[in-house]
Design a protein around this ligand. Structure first.
Ligand code: NI
Length: 257
């Protein structure tokens, strides 16, 4: 069984055919999907879907690109949702210095407060980081503490970034970019990471694997990511499935399938 640890099922791209999408996921061996919110509204939708769908779990959070539009009330709303059944993580949250839809100070404020919610609820954080690894690592060093941890989703940092994050106790998640011909550096970095700290994801509807680029991505395609990881680590797909699923269950303790 595979777990897609990062999907955006609330995206409009899935409005028409989510049932079929979930059926294809099951048929491909994807036994659980974490539906990740990026606004209070999409987080509410993810939590509702987690209540109604036995194989969907939710993460709730405000994406750094939405930090300038969100207010304090929305963060309080995330804090409330965090206590709901089926919510297994806080995110996505983090820093995006590439797009900078919100000024860095605002992103950092939201990120710290999201980390505080996660620590309070005993949930892991799902971190988005783009061109902000140095700052991210500095903040995570400050925030170190019992029960604080999580995953860097769609990891795009350097080998040094990866090793600093692993030292801080965080896991690294890989998605479609691992399959791209141009991702040699990423493959080299991930090749050096101990497999017990690696998760797999799609980030669908974005970032489809090689061969499906230009199409809508969906949870069934997490198998292509697992295949790329198996080739990289030179072990069987079955072993990759077993280890990454165990890693996801260890981190997201609320996953009960
Ligand atoms: Ni995402």
């Amino acid at each position: 069984m595979f777990i897609d640890t990062h999907a955006h099922l609330t995206d409009d791209a899935f409005r028409a055919d989510l049932d079929q999408v979930m059926e294809r996921a099951s048929a491909s061996g994807v036994g659980a999907v974490i539906d990740v919110g990026d606004t209070l509204e999409s987080s509410r939708a993810a939590a509702a879907r987690a209540r109604s769908h036995p194989r969907v779990f939710a993460a709730v959070g405000i994406h750094p690109n939405n930090a300038s539009r969100a207010d304090d009330g929305e963060l309080r709303g995330i804090g409330k949702l965090a206590a709901e059944k089926g919510v297994v993580g806080i995110g996505e949250t983090g820093l995006d210095f590439y797009r900078q839809h919100a000024v860095p100070e605002r992103q950092e404020e939201f990120f710290r407060r999201s980390m505080a919610i996660a620590a309070q609820c005993g949930l892991p954080v799902i971190i988005h980081c783009r061109q902000a690894y140095r700052r991210l690592i500095a903040i995570l060093k400050e925030q170190r503490g019992p029960g604080v941890g999580g995953v860097i989703h769609c990891f795009s940092g350097s080998a040094e970034d990866a090793s600093a994050l692993l030292d801080l106790g965080y896991s690294i998640s890989v998605g479609g970019p691992l399959t791209y011909p141009g991702s040699r550096g990423l493959r080299e970095t991930v090749g050096g990471i101990s497999l017990d700290r690696v998760l797999i994801e799609t980030d669908c509807p974005y970032l489809p694997p090689q061969g499906k680029r230009g199409e809508r991505n969906e949870p069934a395609n997490v198998v292509a990511v697992a295949e790329a990881l198996a080739a990289l680590k030179k072990i069987s797909l079955e072993e990759i499935a077993a280890v990454t699923t165990a890693n996801a269950r260890r981190l997201f303790r609320g996953i009960n399938v």
